[in-house]
Design a protein around this ligand. Structure first.
Ligand code: GRF
Length: 208
């Protein structure tokens, strides 16, 4: 049984898709063992609690400096003994030590077709604003391995979504979430949990 830890910062619709997937059979051989948020007000924490999942808040605001936060965050992760860490709308830079310890074991959902509209500053609604500004006809979402960069790890899955006339950043974001994010993340977890994706082969040599 794959032990999955999910990191969240906001509404938790991607977390909800994972929870639903474990209940409706789209995800097998996996269980969410903990949800961690940096944001005490994140509705994602409520979604976890409503589903009997251990929900923990580790907020940078609660610590004197980044080092102390990083330590507390690492402790909260390691306590759960995850096999896979899923960043689902998580907006905090991960401690380098965590990325180094969980090589090829952290995945992220990005609301665009990487390498488009990704990297520093490209998160949330901004991604869709830039896509509309550029005038792309197709966008989508990407699940990728997390490495030390921003949205730079190997790509696992992608799904395209049509941009429609009259789209606003909000309508486009909603369509990308419904048609791509909420499909790809459960699918990626199920493929990993059932050995259909070998993260070490995909991610290259495991850290020495
Ligand atoms: C969404 O914009 C999603 O694309 C990105 O994080 C944001 C919040 O997602 N990954 P959620 O509703 O908190 O899952």
């Amino acid at each position: 049984m794959l032990r999955v830890l999910v990191c969240v910062s906001g509404g938790g619709t991607n977390l909800q898709a994972i929870i639903d997937g474990t209940k409706d059979g789209r995800i097998t051989n996996a269980e969410i063992v903990r949800v961690i948020s940096n944001n005490r007000k994140a509705y994602a924490l409520t979604r976890a609690e409503e589903n009997g999942i251990c929900a923990v808040c580790v907020s940078p605001k609660d610590f004197g400096d980044r080092e102390q936060f990083n330590r507390a965050f690492m402790d909260a992760v390691e306590e759960a003994q995850p096999d896979l860490i899923v960043l689902a709308g998580f907006l905090v830079v991960l401690p380098k030590e965590l990325v180094g310890k969980y090589v090829n074991r952290i995945i992220n959902i990005h609301p665009a077709l990487i390498p488009s509209f990704c990297g520093k500053g490209y998160y949330g609604l901004t991604v869709h604003e830039k896509a509309l500004e550029r005038g792309v006809k197709v966008t989508g979402a990407t699940v990728h391995l997390v490495d030390e960069g921003t949205d730079t790890g190997p790509i696992l899955l992608q799904k395209a979504v049509e941009v429609e006339d009259g789209d606003t950043p909000e309508t486009l974001q909603r369509r990308v979430m419904e048609q791509a994010e909420w499909v790809l993340l459960p699918k990626a977890i199920d493929l990993i949990a059932n050995g259909r994706i070998d993260l070490d082969r995909l991610g290259g040599t495991v850290g020495v």
